[in-house]
Each structure stands twice: as structure tokens, then as C-alpha cells.
Design a protein around this ligand. Structure first.
Ligand code: GDP
Length: 444
């Protein structure tokens, strides 16, 4: 996601590196590069214009700060402006004071509404809510069944018209759905509405009628991030025809150029609440403008990574390992523990993509897969505790034994041991650079 944009922005900013002082010409040249990068990413022209004007103005007027060199100062400005166009503060879902909270989903067919309904329901359920899905897409064949399937997977109830009993009116279904939620003690109702392939009047009228019938606390406009410039036109049509209180971007896992994400907030004035990045129900998260900005700028999404790490790692164990990093005492046993914890955080490719500089490491990343990690684990498990604690003792005959025991070749054992020593050396250097380890064990 945003790979090309990210690469272009990073290289635009890189040309400033190492300059002790920035001239107006330097800033203009960088601004030009950034402008091209944004336009190529399909960001709407008015948004690009304003962005560039802000960057130029702020960069030229920037006070020389003691802490940052001129290039870093420009990166900081670009980062702040990016956060700005993505919406600034993270906007949380509004829950009604008097439940049920009604959330209505609107958008074109194929935008990902039905999938999102399931994702949102699961997400709410995990937070202790009792959501009810309401199937008001009576247009698309199978839409009702699809919602029921998604609901089942999320473990939530779906309210749908009985087939064949003449309930063909989506407005009536929506109204009855909310009533049902009241009776059955559901505190959130998610209303899935019909979409069309293109914006049309009937679609808008139906959505507006549903809105009037159920008075949603949130109307979320669901938009496929891969549709580029069209996202803006569609968003404007929905804003004028139905009105919405927030945006959900879907398919951010595709090779989306990112224009929709960067334009929709500015053009419609409504915040992006959630991002969807895959077909599975938990490929979904709150949209954090600041994290997205640093991801786009190639600084990686460290906050997300840290949050996931905090969930997966045992704090005590992580602190122990961090303390060892700096002193070069990390053992293969620690390595195995960390690897197991990392595996709990999700597919390794996703995790590595969040690391700073990951944009430039794509080729290496492509080679890291979960199966490979499984083999590494098997090798470490084939070692004795003494070997894990002090890998230096792993000589030729031990390597042979480990290889046979874990069903791999001696070469793979060699690779692992060599890479462990390299990694330990690198971590020691990194620990020095970031100031952790060496006894402190400070977190994040
Ligand atoms: P609706 O017509 O708006 O209800 O759209 P659907 O929920 O049926 O989604 C259309 C297609 O997009 C389905 O094949 C979904 O599996 C897929 N889809 C939805 N969200 C995402 C996403 O975030 N990433 C990817 N890759 N596919 C998605």
C-alpha cells in the first residue's frame, strides 16, 4: 500500500540530506518532486495544490532549530502536513448515549460494505458490544445471504427479511431491524445498504430514505481506495445525496496509489474512521492519520508495531531481551522466544512492512516467509540448552546432529548460526544507536 508514493516521497526528501542550509531553490525543487509524487498517486489536484503551498511556505519560513537539521525539518513539516490532510486527530466512532447506536453503511457496489459490516461487528463485539447486522441490500442477488455468512463468521446475529414473505422494502427492513435491536438488547445496529455500480438517483433516494427512517448516529461512506480519482467524485455525490459522518477506506492492501486516502478527507470535510486491508474479518483497524503519514513517509508504522508487540510479548521477557541486546549476550534461546512472540503478531511480511526503511528492503522482505521461520524454529528446537545458550560451541559434528534431528541440511544450520551472530552484532549496534539495552531496558 502506498509503495510508489512512499518511494517517491522518500527520494524527494532524500536529496535534501546532508545539506547544511536549504536555499529557496532547494525547497522549490523538492516541492516539485513531492507534487509529482502526489499527482501520480492520484491525489486530487486541489488537495495537491494546497499541500504544496503549505510545504513551501512553512519550509521557507522555518526557524533553524537546534535539534533538527534542515532536511529533517522539511521531513517534519511534510509529516505534519500529511497528518493534516489525513484528518489530524484520530476520530473515534460516536456511540449513542441511548443505545442502540445506529451505524449505516453507504457506498458503491463492490466497495466492500458487506465485508466491512462483518469486520465492524467483530471489532465491536471484541470490545464488549452486542451488535446486530441488518440486511437492507435487497438489490444485489445474494447480498442478504452474504451478510448472513459474514455475520456467522463474526459470531453476531443478522436481521434479514424472510425470503418470499413479501418484504421487499429496504426502508421497512431497516426500521424493523432497529426495533428488533431494541427488543433483543443489541446496543449497536449496523445497517448494510444497497450499492450500484455507479452513482444514481434511485440509489441516493433509497439511502436517504433509510437514513430518515433509522436516524443513524453514524453514516459511514465506504470507499474502495483502489478506484483513484473516482473516489472523490463518488464521495462528493454521497455527501450531497445522503450525507455522511465518516469515511471507511477499503482495499488498502491492494497496490492502491493512495490518492483516495489523501483526498477524501480534505474534499468532503469528513474524517476517515477505519481502514480495511484484506478479505479476512480481522483485516481492519481504526484509521490513525499520524501513523498513516509516517507509513507513507517510509518511517514505518512504529506505533502500530509497538502496540501489536505489547500485546504479543510478555513485557518482562521483552525487557530482559532488550537489556541483553546492548551487551551482546543474546542467546539462541532468547532468539527462539522472540521469534515465537513475533509469530503471534501476525504474518511476518506485514510486520516487516511497518518497520522504518522497509520500503527499500522489499526484495529481502519477499524472501521472509512464515514457513522459513518454522524451519528456523525447528533447528533451534533441535539444539541442546547448552548450545542455545552459547552458540559458539556449535561445531561441525554438532551441526551435523542438529541438521539430522530437525530434518534440514547442514547448510541451513550453518546459515542460521551465522545469521544469528550477524544479527546479534547488528542489534548491539542498533541498541547503541537508540540508547536501549546495556541495562536500562526502557520500553518503546
Ligand atoms: P459491497 O458490494 O460493497 O457489499 O462489497 P463486498 O463487501 O461484497 O466486497 C466486494 C469484494 O471486495 C469482495 O470480494 C470482498 O471480499 C472484497 N473486499 C472487501 N474489502 C476488502 C479489502 O479490504 N481488501 C481486499 N483485498 N478485498 C476486499
Amino acid at each position: 500500500m502506498f509503495d510508489t508514493l512512499s518511494d517517491r516521497l522518500t527520494s524527494a526528501l532524500q536529496t535534501l540530506r546532508g545539506k547544511g542550509k536549504l536555499t529557496d531553490a532547494d525547497i522549490d525543487a523538492t516541492a516539485r518532486e513531492i507534487r509529482i509524487a502526489l499527482l501520480e498517486a492520484d491525489v486530487a489536484l486541489p488537495v495537491v495544490r494546497e499541500f504544496i503551498a503549505q510545504i513551501k511556505q512553512r519550509a521557507k519560513g522555518a526557524e533553524v532549530s537546534g535539534a533538527l537539521n534542515p532536511a529533517q525539518q522539511v521531513v517534519k513539516i511534510v509529516n505534519e502536513e500529511l497528518i493534516g490532510i489525513l484528518g489530524g486527530e484520530t476520530r473515534r466512532l460516536n456511540l449513542a448515549k441511548n443505545p442502540p447506536t445506529v451505524i449505516m453503511l453507504a457506498g458503491l457496489q463492490g466497495a466492500g460494505k458487506t465485508t466491512l459490516a462483518g469486520k465492524l461487528a467483530l471489532w465491536l463485539k471484541k470490545q464488549g458490544h452486542a451488535p446486530l447486522l441488518v440486511a437492507c441490500d435487497l438489490q444485489r442477488p445474494n447480498a442478504v445471504t452474504q451478510l448472513q455468512v459474514v455475520g456467522e463468521r463474526a459470531g453476531v446475529t443478522t436481521f434479514a427479511p424472510e425470503p418470499g414473505n413479501g418484504v421487499g422494502d429496504p426502508v421497512e427492513v431497516a426500521r424493523r431491524g432497529v426495533e428488533e435491536a431494541r427488543h433483543a438488547q443489541h446496543d449497536v445496529v449496523i445497517v448494510d445498504t444497497a450499492g450500484r455500480l455507479g452513482v444514481d438517483e434511485e440509489l441516493m433516494r433509497q439511502a436517504a430514505d433509510i437514513r430518515d427512517a433509522v436516524k443513524p448516529d453514524e453514516t459511514l461512506f465506504v470507499v474502495d481506495a483502489m478506484i483513484g480519482q473516482d473516489a472523490v467524485t463518488t464521495a462528493e455525490a454521497f455527501r450531497d445525496g445522503v450525507g455522511f459522518t465518516g469515511v471507511v477506506l477499503t482495499k488498502l492492501d491492494g497496490d492502491a496509489r493512495g490518492g483516495a486516502a489523501l483526498s477524501v478527507r480534505q474534499v468532503t470535510g469528513q474524517p476517515i474512521l477505519f481502514a480495511s486491508n484484506g478479505e479476512k474479518l480481522d483485516d481492519f483497524d481504526i484509521f490513525h492519520p499520524d501513523r498513516m503519514a509516517s507509513r507513507i513517509l517510509g518511517m514505518g508504522d512504529l506505533l502500530t508495531l509497538i502496540e501489536q508487540a505489547e500485546q504479543a510479548f510478555d513485557a518482562e521477557q521483552a525487557e530482559k531481551a532488550a537489556a541483553k541486546l546492548g551487551t551482546g549476550q543474546l542467546t539462541l534461546e532468547d532468539f527462539l522466544e522472540q521469534m515465537l512472540a513475533v509469530r503471534k503478531m501476525g504474518p511476518i511480511g506485514n510486520l516487516l512492512g511497518m518497520l522504518p526503511g522497509a520500503g527499500q528492503m522489499k526484495e529481502q522482505l519477499a524472501q521472509v516467509d512464515d514457513k522459513h521461520l518454522d524451519r528456523l524454529q525447528a533447528i533451534i528446537r533441535g539444539m541442546t540448552p547448552a548450545e542455545r545458550a552459547d552458540p559458539k560451541i556449535i561445531n561441525g559434528s554438532r551441526r551435523q546432529r542438529i541438521a539430522v534431528g530437525s530434518g534440514v541440511t547442514v547448510r541451513e544450520v550453518n546459515d542460521l548460526v551465522n545469521r544469528f551472530f550477524e544479527a546479534r552484532k547488528m542489534m548491539q549496534q542498533m541498541a547503541g544507536r537508540f540508547g536501549f539495552g546495556g541495562g536500562g531496558g526502557s520500553k518503546a
